[in-house]
Design a protein around this ligand. Structure first.
Ligand code: ADP
Ligand code: ZN
Ligand code: ZN
Length: 759
């Protein structure tokens, strides 16, 4: 197909570099195009359509650079930009810069990286102003049929129960995933909903606790840096130390200077709680929430408002690090629970939200504060070894909070004594649960394994058959739909395939044992132990299988705070940052789930999980009990977590990593190869290893090996790990490898820089 510029030979008036939104690797940069007079005004960040490839397929892209002269490597007839896309937002130049850095650092394609910075496509939500408050009409008077959406709104508002005060329209829309406010308007015009003035927070509700001396020190130290360009801080505060209070004070200081504040949390679950505290503390500030649980239309509206400078505080999960706050106005970035692996995105573009936040602060010349009770080894290294971060500590819990009593229970020993049938809860934890229920306090039970049974095996002697996924090197997990239904469905957690549970062993027809307990079975077990607990209301399970919508998460949070939920069973999701005064007992059903994974971070993960969940307890004035069930009761990751002795753990762990040459003492990248044919992937991996060795330089190339998860969805996986003594040497190596075309002609190669999971 001939191309416009050939037909009309429009004079070229300039040149641009465009990152196209297509999976092509232009070495982390864009492609060159010519522009003609009509488009003379295109600017960096503008969305454009450009022809791509031999067929000149029109694709979307963004201008990432304007050139003063024709690029020297350009062909004589450079393709022209087709048109400016006017109905899509442009990307602020600050973010284009950040995108270039990400594409380069994480070896990610630039176009998809920029695409990930934008809100989902479509039009912005209409008719939603942020501060219109609604509540159920006191004396409703309406007849006629009520639409389904309207009904959902009414039910949701009613079920908010004790908290049934006024709600922002935007909150209703977010919770119920509404793309527009028509249903709310209709309910209002029918007299079922009424608009009320924004609730005035009483001075009591807004009481700001007086900072402790330690908190004051941290606030003062970080504030001192707020005016002096880039500064990175790590706040290590034990669970319940009052880190959030520190964040709020710092946010106030930045806002008072006229700056905007960006707050990142690892998990959607944590946003409502923090959003409430922010709204309460800053009632006159505009706060926007950005995460995948917020409806696309709302995100677009929020994005526009942030971009136009109307927003003071942005709160969100990982991708909110791309909130389009102008860099001149960005005064402070806070990353809460900075150690959390959820900050890492594991598909294209791969990036670590925390590390991007630090880089963004550097570009915006502002301060960044990372906070955690269990800092990542990377951040700890930066704070204690390289001195890149200033370290602040809150070694004691906030006034009024007590350290819980922590008990380690050796399950081997207990099982030897307890002759009953094998159960998830041993006698100690069972008794503690019963006691806590009698006392009327709440219990959190953590089991970091989803499903009902984590593997199915034949019971016949000598058969040895185990149910495995046909497509992956993994066992299948039994999930049940309803409590106690007979069959159930086998799920593969890697390729998502599903299978009916077989009646008997396919190999010898013997009986099948359902081994390894998951969170569903734990829920059933508690239901049997305490039949008086109303399932789904007083006994609730929260994991990725059950969590559903943002509305449900909000509901669970509300019910926890209201005290309706007596026992919450969940996976690691419940271990994070929840601040729940009513909790009297935390049970870690199996502390060893992460201990034996073939990943150099196994100990770190175990420590984090146990220490974090133990910290969810003793937040009220009454103290609390933590019971940790383990089969490794002398493993330091577990014993130190039980004492929340981070300093000792970190010192040992860093010494070990340093001796082994592992991150953070070195920088790691994995080159993962995948292919349906095992022979091909093995040969390709070995070839890549040779090529990478030939690159030379200051890096270490490990021998090609099968990945710990050697097959997913029918594709065999091998990897080559490369390590640099620092980021610069690793990147030098990777960049050279890329220019020397080391990764080409090998089928699918994924490069994972600073991987958080080695699977
Ligand atoms: P963290 O984020 O470190 O786990 P939070 O900031 O959530 O801890 O604080 C835990 C609890 O202690 C909260 O209920 C908070 O209101 C309270 N708190 C924090 N700082 C103080 C203080 N200086 N005086 C009294 N209470 C405080
Ligand atoms: Zn599978
Ligand atoms: Zn068998």
């Amino acid at each position: 197909m001939p191309f416009m510029s050939d037909l009309f030979a429009l004079p070229v008036t300039g040149w641009v570099e465009v990152a196209v939104d297509a999976g092509i690797d232009a070495r982390g940069r864009g492609l060159h195009y010519a522009i003609d007079n009509e488009l003379a005004a295109v600017a960096i960040g503008d969305a454009v359509m450009v022809p791509l490839g031999r067929g000149n397929r029109p694709v979307r892209g963004w201008v990432v650079d304007r050139l003063d002269a024709a690029p020297h490597d350009a062909p004589a007839t450079l393709k022209h930009v087709l048109e400016l896309v006017t109905d899509a937002p442009s990307i602020p130049p600050d973010l284009v810069q950040l995108g270039l850095w990400i594409a380069n650092y994480y070896m990610a394609p630039l176009g998809p990286t920029l695409a990930a910075m934008l809100p989902p496509r479509g039009t912005a939500a209409k008719g939603t102003r942020p501060s219109r408050w609604m509540q159920l009409a006191q004396s409703p008077d309406s007849t006629g049929r009520i639409g389904k959406t309207q009904q959902r709104i009414l039910v949701w508002l009613r079920e908010r129960g004790a908290n049934g005060g006024p709600v922002e329209r935007s909150a209703i829309m977010t919770a119920l995933n509404l793309t527009d406010a028509t249903a709310i308007d209709r309910l209002q015009s029918r007299g079922l909903l009424e608009e009320v003035p924004a609730p005035r927070l009483s001075p009591e509700a807004d009481s700001v606790p007086e900072l402790t001396r330690n908190q004051r020190c941290v606030v003062d130290a970080v504030c001192a840096d707020l005016n002096s360009g880039f500064a990175a801080h790590l706040l290590h505060g034990v669970t319940g130390a009052g880190k959030t209070e520190v964040y709020l004070h710092l946010a106030r200081a930045a806002l008072d200077k006229g700056d905007a504040v960006l707050v990142l949390v690892p998990e959607i679950l944590l946003t409502p709680q923090l959003a409430a505290r922010l709204k309460q503390r800053f009632p006159n500030r505009r706060i926007e929430i950005l995460h995948s649980g917020v409806s696309p239309a709302r995100r677009r509206t929020a994005w526009k408002a942030i971009r136009s400078g109307d927003v003071d505080i942005v709160l969100g999960a990982r991708s909110a690090v791309f909130a389009p706050i102008a860099h001149e106005r960005l005064g402070l970035i806070i990353v809460d629970e900075e150690h959390d692996a959820s900050f890492r995105q594991d598909n294209t573009p791969r990036y670590h939200g925390r590390d991007v936040a630090v880089r963004r602060a550097q570009m915006a010349h502002c301060s960044v504060l990372l906070g955690s009770a269990t800092p990542s080894m990377e951040s700890w290294w930066n704070a204690t070894v390289t001195g890149r971060y200033a370290l602040h500590r809150l070694p004691e819990r906030a006034p009024g909070l007590s350290r819980p009593t922590v008990r380690l229970v050796d399950r081997m020993e207990e099982r030897a004594r307890d002759k009953g049938p094998a159960t998830s809860l041993g006698p100690t934890l069972r008794a503690a649960l019963a006691r806590t229920l009698v006392e009327g306090r709440q219990t959190l039970l953590l089991l970091n394994r989803r499903g009902w049974a984590t593997y199915i095996a034949c019971q016949s002697k000598g058969c040895g058959w185990v149910m495995r996924c046909d497509h992956c090197d993994a066992s299948l997990v039994l999930h049940r739909k309803r409590a106690l239904d007979a069959g159930g469905v086998l799920h593969c957690h890697h390729c998502m395939s599903q299978l009916r549970m077989p009646q008997g062993c396919p190999s010898c027809n013997g009986r099948l044992a359902r081994l390894g307990e998951g969170s569903q079975r734990l829920e059933d077990e508690i239901a049997q132990l305490h039949p008086d607990l109303e399932a789904g209301r007083q006994l609730v399970r929260l994991d990725v299988d059950s969590r559903g919508s943002a509305a449900r998460v909000q509901q669970v949070m509300d019910d926890l705070h209201a005290g309706t939920i007596r026992v919450l069973v969940g996976t690691q999701m419940i271990a994070k940052g929840l601040d729940l005064p009513g909790v009297g007992l935390v049970g870690v059903v199996d502390a060893d789930t992460a201990l034996h994974i073939p990943d150099f971070r196994a100990a770190e993960r175990t420590f984090q999980l146990v220490a974090q969940v133990a910290g969810r307890c003793g937040r009220g004035s009454q103290g609390g009990t933590v019971i940790i069930q383990t089969c490794a009761s002398d493993d330091p990751a577990i014993t130190l977590a039980a004492r929340e002795d981070f300093n000792t753990f970190a010192a040992n762990e860093l010494a070990h990593r340093k001796a082994a040459g592992l991150p953070p003492a070195a920088r790691l990248a994995r080159c993962i190869l995948e292919h349906v044919d095992l022979q091909t992937v093995r040969t390709d991996a070995q070839r890549l290893e040779q090529r990478l060795r030939a690159v030379g330089g200051q890096w270490l190339v490990n021998p090609a090996t099968p990945c710990p998860l050697a097959r997913i969805a029918g594709r065999h996986r091998w990897h080559v790990e490369v390590l640099g003594t620092d980021a610069a040497s690793l990147h030098q190596g990777l960049a050279t490898a890329r220019t020397q075309a080391c990764f080409e002609g090998l089928g699918s190669v994924t490069i994972d820089v600073d991987p958080m999971q080695v699977s």
